[in-house]
Design a protein around this ligand. Structure first.
Ligand code: AVJ
Length: 327
């Protein structure tokens, strides 16, 4: 099914029925104020995230690219297993640059698989459906636009093949640890023994390195965060003045939590639909967590959610791990 947005193109939709609206109001009327980082990814946010991946300080993408470039065959052989047909499902595919490394190897080696990218961004899925058959001739692709578990159910309803799920780029980091564990538990319930998860996790490292990645000099991370306010202006008819908000990032090396906030530089009122949201000067909106783990923590998480970690692939600096978890 199509995912509805609340933009002007859906004039017939009552804004108060829109999930983005409901979540935004709930978050901005809560104490402390918060928003959900999954809404970062409209077309503008997708573009800003691409810029982020290309900026000097944002290392996770480069680490995972290095792993997929240097260890392509080992990773793919582990995923192929005995060679039976499988569904390769990617949660949060984005522009699929990293997975393309693996997809190309799988196609060149005649692996029998269908690629099912799942993404919350409608923009991303239509892009992949059009471009991947051109860059990867012979690929079988079914793009799924929606929430992860809804789309996993849909994937299971159209095929009963073995499932290999990819959850890359430390997307798992966008949940606090307890939620991440709940997520892996839920994911495991959608899988059967023999299915696999290839999970990319950003590891704890020098705190200055982590913080710099979420506080880049060019201010791309700031614009990436502010884009969510701008998206509310575009799609919900809100009237945020983004010049009145500053970005604040922090990293706590003990817990591994890296968090982003937007701080109101003045006392101000913002209208969203029928609601008025008041900000005190210096009041913050908690925008995003990017949780970092130790390898031991990821292994424990696998075990406590009924997975068995069977492979670990690291970059040269051991800043990032792509692990294979067997269901
Ligand atoms: C796409 C969720 C992996 O948390 O590192 C990048 C998003 N936020 N810079 C991350 C993000 C700020 C990114 N993930």
């Amino acid at each position: 099914p199509q995912v509805l947005t609340c933009s002007a193109s859906n004039q017939n939709m009552d804004i108060t029925d829109c999930q983005f609206y409901k979540d935004s109001i709930a978050g901005l009327t809560a104490k402390p104020k918060h928003l959900d980082s999954k809404y970062f990814y409209d077309a503008h946010g997708d573009k800003l995230f691409q810029d982020l991946m290309n900026c000097d300080e944002y290392y996770p993408t480069n680490c995972e690219m290095e792993i997929f470039t240097n260890q392509t065959a080992d990773i793919c052989k582990a995923l192929i297993g005995n060679g039976d047909a499988f569904d390769l499902i990617e949660l949060g595919a984005g522009d699929a640059t990293k997975s393309t490394k693996l997809l190309k190897y799988l196609i060149d080696n005649k692996a029998d698989f269908t690629y099912l990218p799942i993404d919350i961004s409608e923009n991303v899925i239509s892009y992949l459906n059009v471009t991947l058959p051109v860059t990867l001739p012979g690929i079988e692709i079914t793009g799924l636009n929606g929430e992860y578990f809804d789309m996993l159910k849909k994937a299971a309803s159209i095929s009963d093949k073995r499932k290999v799920v990819m959850f890359l780029g430390s997307n798992i980091g966008n949940m606090p640890v307890a939620d991440a564990e709940g997520f892996c538990n839920e994911l495991r319930k959608h899988l059967s023994p023999g299915d696999m998860l290839l999970i990319g996790v950003d590891l704890k490292k020098n705190p200055a390195t982590v913080l710099a990645a979420y506080n880049d000099k060019e201010g791309i991370t700031k614009r990436f965060n502010l884009n969510l306010l701008e998206r509310m202006n575009r799609e919900l008819g809100a009237n945020f003045n983004v010049n009145q908000f500053d970005h604040y990032a922090m990293y706590d090396p003990e817990s591994g939590a890296c968090k982003s906030y937007l701080v109101s530089e003045a006392a101000q009122d913002v209208k969203i639909g029928e609601e008025t949201i008041s900000f005190a000067k210096d009041e913050y909106i908690y925008m995003e967590i990017s949780q970092k783990y130790s390898v031991e923590q990821t292994d424990k998480m696998a075990a406590s959610t009924a997975f068995k970690p069977i492979n670990h692939f690291f970059d040269g600096r051991r800043w990032f791990v792509d692990a294979i978890w067997l269901a």
